[in-house]
Design a protein around this ligand. Structure first.
Ligand SMILES: C[S@@+](CC[C@H](N)C(=O)[O-])C[C@H]1O[C@@H](n2cnc3c(N)ncnc32)[C@H](O)[C@@H]1O
Length: 285
């Protein structure tokens, strides 16, 4: 039994299994479970007070980060499925009033730990991104969702909730796994290039993993992840009345140092050849 909350909202077996897996990552100290406690508070103050245009690390000063982090002082931000004490710390140091909604109580505890460390307040809610009825309507200036949409089968359900709680003029940022590449078998660098093998039809669905770690749609264990089509991601936002402001690959070639300095086959080198993520920013008119 978790010591942090007496009642937890676990909507279904998808959430139940995901919670178990996130807890294994927490036990292993995975990066996304560690709060950012070494942010440069003074650099954030200067940025917040518009005394510098350089956005402090760990975010780089590119169009995506600037779009969501500029002028956020005094605004209401929802970090959706964004627990862990990372983005809540950044937005709080930028002067926003931050709410974090996340499935995992321990992740929310890290948000509180970061808040105590820097001396601000954060509102944390244990919940499910598909069910935001605990949040007020038309309230948030920014909803920031780190990579987590792949944990639910139906994006439409999430997008409807997002639209309901977003203010008119508010922004919705979300990171996604790149469709197709997510299911490709990575055969690594063969001396001439990266070899990917596509063995699954391109379609949406629940991803399963066989004992020999092959991802597919028909056999093996569920780890509560789902493959979405690019059209589901983009058209789903449009269908709920949101307007797309932009879409960017991650990592973005424009930000990265020269590829010649990287070792072929290394993670950094591979990421320069095969972007793993997409960032999408939409807004509610
Ligand atoms: C990869 S982490 C992203 C957050 C982290 N701050 C980061 O920077 O990477 C994904 C988060 O999604 C949460 N999550 C998974 N399924 C969820 C659901 N159905 N509703 C709300 N949160 C969920 C997990 O607890 C986890 O904290």
């Amino acid at each position: 039994m978790c010591p942090y909350v007496l009642f937890m909202y676990i909507r279904d077996n998808i959430a139940k299994r995901k919670l178990e897996l996130i807890r294994e990552d927490i036990a292993e100290g995975n990066d996304y479970t560690q709060p950012w406690l070494d942010l440069d508070v003074e650099a954030y103050r200067l940025y917040r007070e518009k005394k510098t245009k350089i956005l402090p690390e760990p975010y780089c000063n590119d169009v995506v980060s600037r779009t969501v982090m500029n002028n956020i002082n005094g605004k209401k931000v929802l970090c959706l499925a964004g627990g862990g004490g990372q983005q809540s710390a950044v937005f709080s140091l930028l002067g926003a009033s931050v709410t974090v909604l996340d499935l995992t109580p321990e992740q929310l505890e890290s948000d509180k730990r970061a808040a105590r460390h820097y001396g601000y307040n954060v509102n944390t809610i244990q919940g499910d991104m598909r069910e935001l009825s605990v949040l007020p309507e038309s309230h948030y200036d920014l909803i920031y969702q780190p990579i987590s949409t792949l944990f639910i089968p139906d994006l439409g359900e999430l997008y409807r909730e997002v639209v309901r709680v977003l203010k008119n003029g508010g922004l919705y940022f979300s990171d996604y796994a790149v469709p197709l590449l997510y299911m490709a078998e990575d055969k690594g660098w063969d001396g001439r290039g990266y070899v990917l093998r596509i063995t699954e039809p391109y379609r949406r669905g629940a991803i399963l993993e066989t004992e020999d770690e092959k991802l597919n749609f028909s056999e093996g264990e569920s780890f509560s992840e789902f493959h979405h089509l690019l059209s589901d991601i983009i058209n789903g936002l449009i269908a709920e009345g949101l307007t797309i402001k932009g879409l960017w690959e991650n990592p973005r070639p424009d930000n990265e140092f020269p590829v010649d300095n990287l070792i072929p086959g290394s993670e950094q080198h591979r990421d320069r050849y095969i972007p793993f993520g997409l960032s999408v920013i939409a807004y509610k008119e």
